[in-house]
Design a protein around this ligand. Structure first.
Ligand SMILES: Cc1ncc(C[n+]2csc(CCOP(=O)(O)OP(=O)(O)O)c2C)c(N)n1
Ligand SMILES: [Mg+2]
Length: 564
């Protein structure tokens, strides 16, 4: 059997650790899909549409380190590109692979189906260039290896998505075989001089401060610096907070951990410690309008050091070409056995009294948000990943105390409602051994609901908490109007539709605490498919954090144009 371009691509995907790729078939990618099916150890997993396919690959990348989606030209790829924008925003190496017109048609003046009706097919590549770190068009077998390798290598190095389009008549052309995986996996090492000087500068900075704190940002995972941050926290002994979007990126049972720093909606006591601190060391943060609570809590100035994945700046000097983890490990080593800088954790324990656990509600009383959140946090184990959708689900998830090893996935930078359903599907495909719990609002669910059918198809025992509060409650808090009401659905009833003749998904309704507890029990026992529990609560029953945050973000949105 001839070795082909499609085989080359598939083998590279397998070499970088992919066991699955997500796909929607179309005539520009059918031959390519045939080639990929022939790769040992690389499963083809199907999605209902290309937006979901992109988000599934994004969710897979969260669990697995990288993901891939294979779609058809234009009608497919343009939908998937929204999810690729998301992968860029969220720092995830997702490889979008699109079938493309026959190489003979490029430059021929021919008009092809599925295109915008002009003979220039370059528009998709041009769009992809803006949303990826590398975008290539493969129109001959000879150039395929170099182009495919460039896209994959760049995506892995930069932790950003890449785009590969392959002309439909080239996918099955004979091709060279790939060499060792190191050609696409090897990282560019840190510049040792830059690391050494950054470590020196940071050591001086911390030594000169009495009250340092560590702030863990959402890019710390992409930087591969989560473990190094723990080692540094051990060495310094100071207080450590996570930013909202970095929930779960630092162990919450660590002695230095104080909670979420998020301005006015920080965990109790955390804002005060940050206000008091004279040295904030922010590791791979993203300061945007959401994370700064409408620009009201933006750590900056001379008391703040901001370190990014490949760059640190300390007191006006930029240290480039570093890996954050190398700088953190260097700093941990340099700190050695110097006295701990633990004033901030000591003070935190003085001002903060742990809240009493929330008491269970009367099991027959109508379900309220607080009881729902209490019961959902009860299903979190060290092997759980909780995926929380944009909406009040964010705030509920962020307030939950995570057992050691539990993870949370949020999409706070891109914030595409509906992301969570396909992302959960992709995550569950990658991590079948973990307990996967999704918390999603009714409004968000309506965008991508059909991907639950793929969870049914693959018998994934995902636990879905569908919060039916009859609308876009987060938007009600930011700016209300009739556009925030949604048509009600029989969400639990949908499971029958998705099951059809052979599925084992379970759809349950909870209108009281007692019903929710029973539904959770049934859901945990169902190992043959997803369980969707529709939790009915009042339209305005939301976290107080959402209300405070929503007001501040609305204020930021409402700033009048400045006079020039
Ligand atoms: C694709 C997309 N369209 C629109 C929005 C604007 N938006 C943000 S949150 C939201 C409502 C979410 O409602 P729901 O999922 O029911 O969550 P709730 O706040 O009610 O818990 C909307 C429409 C968005 N973020 N993404
Ligand atoms: Mg809602």
């Amino acid at each position: 059997m001839a070795y082909t371009v499609g085989h080359y691509l598939g083998d590279r995907l397998a070499q970088i650790g992919l066991k699955d790729h997500f796909a929607v078939a179309g005539d520009y990618n059918l031959v390519l899909l045939d080639q990929l099916l022939e790769i040992d150890g690389l499963r083809q997993v199907y999605c209902c549409n290309e937006l979901n396919c992109g988000f599934s690959a994004e969710g897979y990348a969260r669990a697995n380190g990288a993901g891939a989606a294979v779609v058809t030209f234009s009608v497919g790829a343009l939908s998937a590109l929204n999810a690729i924008g998301g992968a860029y925003a969220e720092n995830l190496p997702v490889i979008l692979i699109s079938g493309a017109p026959n190489s003979n048609d490029h430059g021929s003046g021919h008009i092809l189906h599925h295109t915008i009706g002009t003979p220039d097919y370059s528009y998709q590549l041009e769009i992809a260039k803006r949303l990826t770190c590398a975008a290539v068009s493969v129109t001959s077998a000879e150039e395929a290896p170099a182009l495919i390798d460039h896209a994959i290598r760049t995506a892995l190095r930069e932790k950003k998505p890449a785009y590969i389009e392959i002309a439909c008549n080239v996918a099955a052309q004979p091709c060279m075989r790939p060499g060792p995986a190191s050609a696409v996996l090897a990282e560019v090492p840190s510049d040792p001089a830059s690391v050494a000087q950054a470590v020196e500068a940071l050591t001086r900075f911390i030594e000169s401060r009495k009250k340092p704190v560590l702030l863990i940002g959402s890019r710390v995972r992409a930087a591969g610096a989560e473990d190094a941050a723990i080692r540094l926290a051990d060495a310094l002994g100071c207080a450590v907070a996570t930013m909202a979007a970095a929930k779960g990126f630092f162990p919450e049972d660590h002695p230095g951990y104080v909670g979420t720093f998020w301005g006015d909606v920080s965990s109790p006591g955390v804002r005060q410690i940050f206000d008091w601190s004279d040295g904030i060391i922010a590791l791979a943060p993203v300061f945007n309008d959401y994370s700064t609570v409408g620009w009201t809590a933006w750590p900056r100035g001379e008391n703040v050091v901001v370190a990014d994945g490949r760059h640190v700046s300390v007191e006006g000097v930029a240290y480039d070409d570093i890996h954050l983890r190398d700088v953190l490990d260097g700093l941990t080593k340099a700190w050695g056995t110097r006295p701990k800088k633990d004033t901030t954790i000591t003070e935190f324990h003085r001002i903060h009294r742990p809240a009493a656990p929330v008491a269970a509600a009367d099991p027959s009383a109508p379900l309220v948000r607080a009881e729902m959140a209490r019961q959902i946090s009860g299903v979190l184990t060290p092997r759980t990943t909780l995926i929380a959708e944009t909406g009040d689900s964010w705030f509920n998830a962020i307030q939950m105390k995570l057992p050691h090893g539990a993870r949370v996935e949020l999409e706070m930078q891109w914030g595409h409602i509906g992301w969570s359903v396909p992302a959960t599907f992709g995550y569950a495909v990658a991590e079948p051994e973990r307990r996967i719990v999704l918390m999603v609002g009714d409004g968000s669910f309506q965008l991508t609901a059909q991907e639950v059918a793929q969870m049914v198809r693959l018998k994934l025992p995902v636990l879905i908490f569908l919060v039916n509060n009859r609308g876009y409650t987060i938007e009600v808090q930011i700016h209300d109007g009739p556009y925030n009401n949604v048509k009600n659905w029989d969400y639990a009833g949908l499971m029958e539709v998705f099951n059809a003749e052979d599925g084992r998904g379970l759809g349950l309704k909870a209108t009281t605490g007692g019903e929710l507890a029973q539904a959770i029990e049934k859901g945990l026992a169902n190992r043959e498919g997803p369980t969707l529990i529709e939790c009915t609560i009042d339209r305005d029953d939301c976290t107080s954090d959402l209300i405070s945050w929503g007001r501040r973000v609305a204020n930021a949105n409402a700033r009048p144009p400045e006079e020039r």
